[in-house]
Each structure stands twice: as C-alpha cells, then as structure tokens.
Ligand binder design. Structure first.
Ligand SMILES: Nc1ncnc2c1ncn2[C@@H]1O[C@H](COP(=O)(O)OP(=O)(O)OP(=O)(O)O)[C@@H](O)[C@H]1O
Ligand SMILES: [Mg+2]
Length: 240
C-alpha cells in the first residue's frame, strides 16, 4: 500500500528519519512515541500534505491512493451542517451532486448519526463531531485512512464505542489504517502492528506485530498485557 524509503524530514533541523518502512495493504498500523517524535509529520508525509526532504515514498501500483485524514480536533466547518461537512471532499471532485448527497447520507448513517444531517457542529457532542469527521474522511471511499490521535479528547465509554466502530469500518471496507495514538493499550487493542518512534528526530525503534489469537476478550489475556508491558517499557526508556 505504502512504502517509505530512507525518508528524512527537516525544517531548520532534522525532525524525522531516516525511516524505511512497508505498510501492507489492508493492515491496521498504529504509531506511538513521545510528543515531538514526528508522528504527525509521518502521517502528513504519508498523505502528501507535506514533502519529504529526502528519500522516496511509494504507493501501490505507483498511484497515490484516495485517502481520508482524521485530525485530533474534528476540524469541522462550524457554518456548515453535518451533511455539508461530509459533502465537502466530494465537492472538490467531479462527482454528480445527487450521487454525492446519497454517499454522504450513507456515511452519516454508517457512523451512527442518521437524523443529524441538518445539525451544526456546535449542536453535537465531541464523540458525534468525531463521527462526522470519520464520515467525511470515508466518503470518497478511498483505500487509506489516516487518523491523528482522533479519540484522545473523548470520555472512556465514547472512546470505546468509536474504537469498535472504527474496527468495524476497517473490516468491512478493506481499507488500510494508519493510527497515531498516545495510548499503548489502544494501539495494542486496535492494531495488527505497532510502530514506536524515538524522541526527535524520530526513527522507528520498535516494529511489533501484535499477536492477537483471540478477538473477543483479547484485552484480558496474558498476550495483551505482555505486549502492552513490552511497549510501555520501550517508551519509558525513551523518557515518557
Ligand atoms: N512546520 C514546521 N516547522 C518547523 N518545525 C516543525 C513543523 N512541524 C513540525 N515541526 C517539528 O517537528 C517535530 C515533530 O513534530 P510532530 O508534530 O510530528 O510531533 P508529534 O510526534 O506528532 O508530537 P505530538 O505527540 O505532540 O503530537 C517537532 O519538534 C516540531 O516542532
Ligand atoms: Mg502530533
């Protein structure tokens, strides 16, 4: 899906890299690391929002895939309704208007917000705003979804629900997910693979395939806890 080869990003100083990594199609990969290690920079490079200073980024079949980006604050336009926020990415394409509306309504309903189409962002809870943001990121039905600490401002119960809904979206839509988080347990719970970045300039200091033999009740298992401990120990050595 996505390959980084010797990627370095510098501003006045180096902030990231060199990083070489292969992200498999349809995988769910989390990225954790100290503040300032370059996690958001990594996502922005993957999305093409910013350009690397050196190295090569490759995509499947050399074609940049359609992708959606979900930011920490849901980043909605306050003067637009839920429907018009979700429609936004389609307005930038040549998609037929009625088809666009149909797709947007479908995604609003998929994220559990059917009936809220005409609400404005200030009429929604934090969790609902995040759901709109996910619908907006998915409405183009791209193959890559990038999320930058999307759930960190939410309460525990809402966060849990959104995590499970995200897993469902991942499973039913055959997409690849890159997920930045501060939470080790969240990374182990959600993903198939966890990358740990060092303090800046960030390089990848651990690349762990999550051993997830049992899907239901995984969190209580010895495997879950030992992988969380392993990653927590690495972060602790990085000064978190
Ligand atoms: N536009 C920019 N100009 C200069 N430096 C930048 C710019 N964007 C990011 N940086 C620097 O790059 C480093 C990595 O930033 P980045 O936002 O990727 O970190 P992060 O791992 O996402 O941190 P956090 O966990 O706090 O979100 C930081 O030192 C930051 O100051
Ligand atoms: Mg960040």
């Amino acid at each position: 899906m996505l390959t980084f080869k010797d990627i370095v990003k510098s501003y006045e100083e180096d902030v990231l890299g060199p990083i070489s990594i292969d992200i498999k199609n349809k995988s769910f990969v989390s990225i954790i690391g100290p503040s300032g290690s370059g996690k958001s920079t990594f996502l922005r490079l993957a999305s093409g929002l910013i350009k690397q200073s050196s190295g090569l980024i490759g995509y499947n079949d050399n074609l940049k895939p359609k992708m959606g980006f979900v930011f920490q604050d849901s980043n909605l336009l306050p003067w637009r309704t839920v429907l018009d926020n979700v429609l936004l990415p389609l307005e930038l394409t040549k998609e037929d208007k009625s088809k666009s509306i149909e797709k947007s309504l479908k995604w609003i309903s998929r994220v559990g917000l059917g009936g809220k189409e005409d609400s404005f962002p200030n009429e929604l809870s934090g969790g609902q705003k995040m759901r709109v943001s996910i619908a907006r990121a998915m409405v183009q039905e791209g193959s890559l979804l990038l999320l930058d600490e999307p759930f960190s401002a939410l309460d525990e119960v809402t966060r849990r629900r959104l995590e499970d809904d995200l897993l469902e979206i991942w499973k039913t839509n055959n997409i690849t997910i890159l997920f930045v988080t501060h939470s080790v347990t969240q990374a182990v719970y959600l993903s198939e693979r966890v990358l740990v970045m060092s303090s800046g300039p960030g390089v990848i200091i651990e690349d762990l395939l999550i051993n997830k033999k049992i899907d239901v009740g995984f969190e209580g298992t010895h495997e879950f806890l030992s992988q969380v401990k392993h990653l927590t120990d690495i972060l602790r050595n990085e000064g978190i």
